[in-house]
Design a binder for this molecule. Structure first.
Ligand SMILES: Nc1ncnc2c1ncn2[C@@H]1O[C@H](COP(=O)(O)OP(=O)(O)O)[C@@H](O)[C@H]1O
Ligand SMILES: [Mg+2]
Length: 596
């Protein structure tokens, strides 16, 4: 092809004059090499690694593409590199000689212009301070440096309409609907978590279908992208663990909205929860066998589904570990007022219409509130925000969290507190039209709903242990225990003996049955000690078992008291008669024996 058009400008002095960039493309001694592109500068990540040449061009549809060609690739296969760029709409000559000249041109770039390349959205520390990177723009003072997002080709971030429109629709419809307010607050919390170094975690709204769970998730997603699963900021649980890792990086410093846990692979769910909340992906080996740095992310998960996260783990044949239960906390979706997820029927007096209006609004007006919130944080100053959030978390805890609460409860309470603090800042910044205190009210209500559905303040493992023994006594306390004085007919499959009535009732269990039945799957000593501390088991000095006279001779037995039957029931439903499925009781021995 013959050279046409006029040069775009003087090329870098280190580039031979045989090259010329014109409006028609790059030429070498009059031969066309490629469509025109701009060299934005030499790029590297914020740590000074990953040196590249950063290019920008428009594809045949006029869509702009920014791409960093790493120096490493200039030493690789020329055809593969050209193919990758062509795939993004940069036409390149196909003759090997021309391709080689094209690549040589990239290698000759020695401009002083610098570009910071970031491969994930969210907060990034530059010499000028903290900035927040979105795929299309960077919020904050970059000190004149260009920041280019090179993380993904189709990031989920997008915007439509104005902040005003979003505030008057999605946010306004959410007013005093605790669950929706809370989900939006969690989305805000995800954006500021980095500033207070908060740990990853999530909330999961569970309950019957068509109560508005996805609606609340859509509303939260609409802060940064389209409030929709199709091409939007909402993702589904259908991904494999690996896919979710990629998604988590894309949602870094933002909410990771995961709809419908029912479709997740139940065999993987436990490890997925751990990975997502751990914030670090699997390290992958580089081509030379070296360990490449693994993906990291910071995220707050907003999840929905008909079943609880722990039930999903159990469905996959796994035993839930306490860590999983407090990582993504289960909150009943039903507010218990007869309006599904909503506390009231809204101005239209129709919860179904309200849900549909929120959904529709989150699909037409989105992606403005998140950036505006971040702008507001930067205006306040990130240090000032961190201080305010820390103080608010402290205040939330002293007002709502029992000192006697277990460490797990306190840890989860911090996340509710973070959401409250973030929501209050959104109110203060005018991002949402709610009255001051609304986000705290919502977070407190959700904290209480979680606590109630969880069954109180004790650690999960302890509650599960007690519940395991309790449910056996509840079920078989009469039928499988003989009176110590001797039974007329011995019980079928006898577990032990019993004596006394009412509050004085005691069950005597031989060590073998204690080990294989009552404490199966747990450490028998730990269970014994736990029960003894609560007066549910009578010990003999240091010994957990005792010698008792039964049926004419002494037996070594564990003695349970009637206290084992007292106490809160972890399966207490949150909202009676509301139509929400009652949470299941923790695992019984029978469940366990099926699983193990
Ligand atoms: N609280 C509600 N009361 C009555 N109908 C509702 C409610 N929430 C949602 N719906 C109806 O169910 C549809 C699905 O809502 P969605 O939020 O996806 O429900 P879920 O995720 O709980 O299954 C809505 O389009 C609406 O018609
Ligand atoms: Mg749904």
């Amino acid at each position: 092809m013959k050279k046409v058009g006029v040069p775009v400008g003087k090329l870098d002095k280190t580039i031979p004059s045989s090259y010329e960039m014109t409006h028609d493309g790059l030429f070498y001694e009059g031969s066309w090499l490629s469509a025109p592109f701009e060299v934005l500068g030499r790029g590297r990540d914020p740590n000074g690694a990953g040196w590249s040449t950063c290019l920008k061009w428009k594809d045949p549809d006029g869509r702009e593409h920014t791409h960093a060609v790493s120096d490493a690739r200039l030493h690789g296969e020329v055809g593969a590199l050209c193919g990758d760029l062509a795939q993004l709409g940069l036409r390149i000559a196909t003759a090997p000689k021309d391709r080689a000249r094209f690549v040589a041109y990239l290698n000759l770039q020695n401009t002083d212009k610098r570009v910071t390349l970031v491969n994930r959205t969210g907060w990034c520390s530059l010499p000028s301070g903290k900035v927040y990177v979105l795929p299309e723009r960077t919020i904050g003072d970059t000190g004149g440096e260009s920041v280019v997002f090179v993380g993904a080709q189709n990031p989920p971030h997008a915007s439509a309409g104005t902040l005003e429109e979003w505030r008057n629709t999605v946010a306004k419809l959410a007013t005093s609907q605790n669950r929706v307010v809370f989900c939006i607050s969690v989305a805000c919390a995800a954006m500021l978590a980095e500033l207070v170094d908060a740990e990853n975690g999530g909330v999961h709204l569970y309950g019957q279908s068509s109560t508005g769970k996805t609606t609340a998730a859509d509303a939260a997603a609409s802060l940064l992208g389209r409030g929709d699963e199709r091409g939007g900021f909402v993702r589904t649980w259908r991904h494999t663990a690996n896919g979710l890792e990629g998604a988590a990086v894309l949602h870094n410093d933002g909410p990771l909205v995961l709809d419908e846990i029912g479709i997740a692979d139940s065999r993987e769910i436990g490890s997925v929860v751990y990975t997502l909340c751990g914030g670090t992906g699997k390290g992958r080996a580089g081509r030379d066998g070296s360990l490449r740095t693994s993906n990291t992310w910071r995220s707050q998960i907003i999840s929905t589904g008909e079943m609880r996260v722990i039930d999903k783990i159990v469905e996959g044949g796994r035993r839930p570990r306490a860590g999983q239960e407090v990582r993504i906390v289960d909150i009943p979706a039903d507010a218990g007022e007869g309006f599904g997820i909503f506390d009231h029927a809204g101005d239209c007096n129709d919860p179904e219409k309200l849900a549909d209006s929120i959904k529709a609004a989150a699909r037409t007006s989105y992606g403005t509130a998140g950036p505006a919130f971040v702008e507001g944080l930067l205006k306040k100053g990130t240090d000032a925000v961190a201080k305010q959030v820390r103080a608010a978390i402290e205040a939330f805890r002293s007002a709502n969290v029992d000192d006697a609460a277990d460490g797990q409860v306190k840890r989860v309470a911090n996340r509710f507190a973070l959401a409250a603090a973030a929501g209050e800042i959104a109110i203060e910044l005018g991002i949402v039209p709610w009255g001051a205190g609304a986000a705290t009210t919502a977070a407190v209500a959700m904290y209480k709903a979680w606590l109630e559905s969880r069954g109180g303040l004790e650690p999960v493992e302890i509650r599960n242990m007690i519940q395991q023994v309790r449910s056996l006594i509840e079920r078989y306390g009469d039928s499988r225990f003989d009176p110590i004085e001797g039974a007329e007919r011995p019980a079928h499959e006898r577990y032990g003996w019993c004596r006394g009535k009412g509050d004085a009732r005691e069950w005597l269990i031989p060590p073998e049955t204690w080990r294989t039945v009552f404490t199966a799957g747990c450490d028998p000593t730990t269970v014994g000690r736990t029960l003894a501390e609560r007066g549910m088991l009578i010990r003999d000095g240091q010994q957990l078992s005792r010698s008792e006279w039964v049926d004419g001779r002494t037996h070594r037995v564990y003695v349970l008291t009637a206290k084992i039957l007292a106490g809160e029931s972890p399966s207490k439903p949150t909202s009676e008669g509301s139509g929400a499925p009652a949470p299941k009781a923790p695992l019984t021995l029978e469940d366990l024996s099926k699983l193990l």
